[in-house]
Structure formats: C-alpha cells, structure tokens
Design a protein around this ligand. Structure first.
Ligand SMILES: Nc1ncnc2c1ncn2[C@@H]1O[C@H](COP(=O)(O)OP(=O)(O)OP(=O)(O)O)[C@@H](O)[C@H]1O
Length: 235
C-alpha cells in the first residue's frame, strides 16, 4: 500500500538541538492523525519536514510515495498547510484570496464555484465579498480549508489550527475535518487540544523529546483516558 504520508527513520538536528530522533510514521488516506506533546516535543518539526520547509538530517519523509527532499515542488500539489494563523492577503476579500491561491495551484473557477467552496467550508455568505482583514480567526481558517479543497489537496497539515478559536468555531472546524476525511483526505494535525484530538482524530500519537512514544486509535479511548495517557508520558 502507498501511504499518503510516510516518515522513515526521520531525524532532524538543529544546531544544538536534536528535535526529531528517527520518526517512523505511516498515514493512510482518510486518516486524521493527531500529534500531541509538550512545547518543543517535535510536532512542528515533523510537519515542516513533510512540507519540505526544513531538510532532514537523516531518514526521509514521503508524500504519496515521493520523497520530499528530492521532489520539493511535486509534493506541494498534494498538500495544504494550515498554520495557527492562516496567511491571506488582508486587503483582498475571501473570494479574491481563494481565486488567487487556487489559480496559483493551477485551478481557475467561475465565481459561483468559488463562492460554493467558501460557503461549503462554513464561511457565511455575507462575508465572501468582505476584506479578509475584517475576518475572525475562525473565518480565516475556513478560507484556508476552502483553498485546500479547491486545490484538491490529498493531505492537510495543520499546526495547532484550533488554538485561540472559541468552542463553536473549534467545533465547526472539527466537523469540517471529519467531512473531508470522510471523502478520503488525510490529516496530520499538531495540537494541544486533547478533547479535539479525541473527537476528530482516528489515531493520536504522543511525542516526547523528538520521539513518538505511543500511538493509539482514538476509538478505543475516551477523552479522560487519553488525558491520563498523555500525562503519564509527560511525567
Ligand atoms: N529553526 C530552529 N533552530 C533551532 N532549534 C529549533 C528550530 N526549530 C525548532 N527548534 C527546536 O526543536 C525542538 C522541537 O521544536 P518543535 O517546534 O518541533 O516543537 P513542537 O512540539 O511543535 O512545540 P510547540 O508545541 O511549542 O509548537 C525545540 O526544542 C525547538 O526549540
């Protein structure tokens, strides 16, 4: 089977810090894999290695079977990255941002379809023609998801996407992720939110000091057991 994301003995040494110590990970289409771990555990480093933002010291990251280090442009076609703060042009409307980013990815859509992508992602219709500078954080996340869907990304890489969102926005975000995963999109998400990880994840991985110390399917754990497991590893 070709995994959509795969890490083989992936290692990252920064100048004076070993951030990742030989990570092995396989993620299939439709999976939502949540990375949990304290600040500095290596979650963002893992995501950045899949994106090709940083180079591995040893081992390799693969996207759809292609090694990231040797196919840095091609792998971008499969990926959508949603950081904590989605980067959009604040002086353009949501619609204009989506048109711009999807055309950069090689897709040109009529206006009605762009509106459809945005409203499907949960953006209120009244906001579509408003400048993004006036949007809430949750609305910018929705534009980020609309861009991911419009460019037919097979994988979403999310770095703490729900931090700072209110519970309603966070819940809407979880629902969106579940819908996309139901359509076969894979998700790798770094988060501190154990509750959301349980709710939206199919598996959770607990990272500590650059190592994946435990991986569990969420179906077999309730949120309290997951929290307990997390705390056990953090002590
Ligand atoms: N560019 C860099 N140069 C040097 N050290 C770095 C760099 N990026 C990350 N690190 C270090 O690598 C380790 C892992 O960082 P990483 O950002 O991957 O952790 P994280 O689990 O995402 O943490 P957080 O929850 O705070 O986002 C940390 O000790 C961090 O200080």
């Amino acid at each position: 089977m070709t995994y959509i994301l795969e890490a083989k003995e992936l290692r990252k040494q920064y100048a004076d810090k070993l951030a990742l110590r030989g990570l092995n990970l396989q993620i299939a289409p439709g999976e939502v894999f949540c990375l949990l771990g304290q600040n500095g555990a290596g979650k963002s480093t893992t995501i950045n290695l899949f994106l090709g933002f940083v180079q591995p010291t040893a081992g390799a990251a693969f996207v759809n079977g292609l090694e990231v280090a040797t196919n840095p442009i091609k792998i971008k076609e499969y990926l959508a990255y949603i950081p904590e703060q989605v980067m959009l042009y604040p002086h353009l409307t949501g619609l204009e941002n989506l048109a711009l980013f999807s055309s950069l990815a090689g897709y040109k859509y009529p206006q009605w379809e762009l509106v459809q992508y945005l409203t499907d992602a949960g953006l209120p219709a009244e906001a579509v023609q408003r400048r993004v500078g006036t949007y809430s954080k949750g609305m910018r996340q929705k534009v980020g998801i609309a861009i991911a869907v419009a460019k037919h990304a097979k994988v979403l890489l999310l770095d703490e996407p729900t931090s700072g969102l209110d519970p309603k926005a966070s819940n809407e975000f979880s629902e969106l992720l579940r819908r996309l995963s139901g359509q076969g999109t894979a998700v790798l998400m770094a988060t501190h939110d154990i509750f959301r990880a349980k709710e939206v994840g199919t598996r959770v991985g607990i990272m500590r000091e650059g190592e994946l110390v435990d991986v569990r399917p969420t179906a077999t754990l309730n949120a309290q057991e997951l929290e307990q497991l997390y705390l056990t590893f953090m002590n």
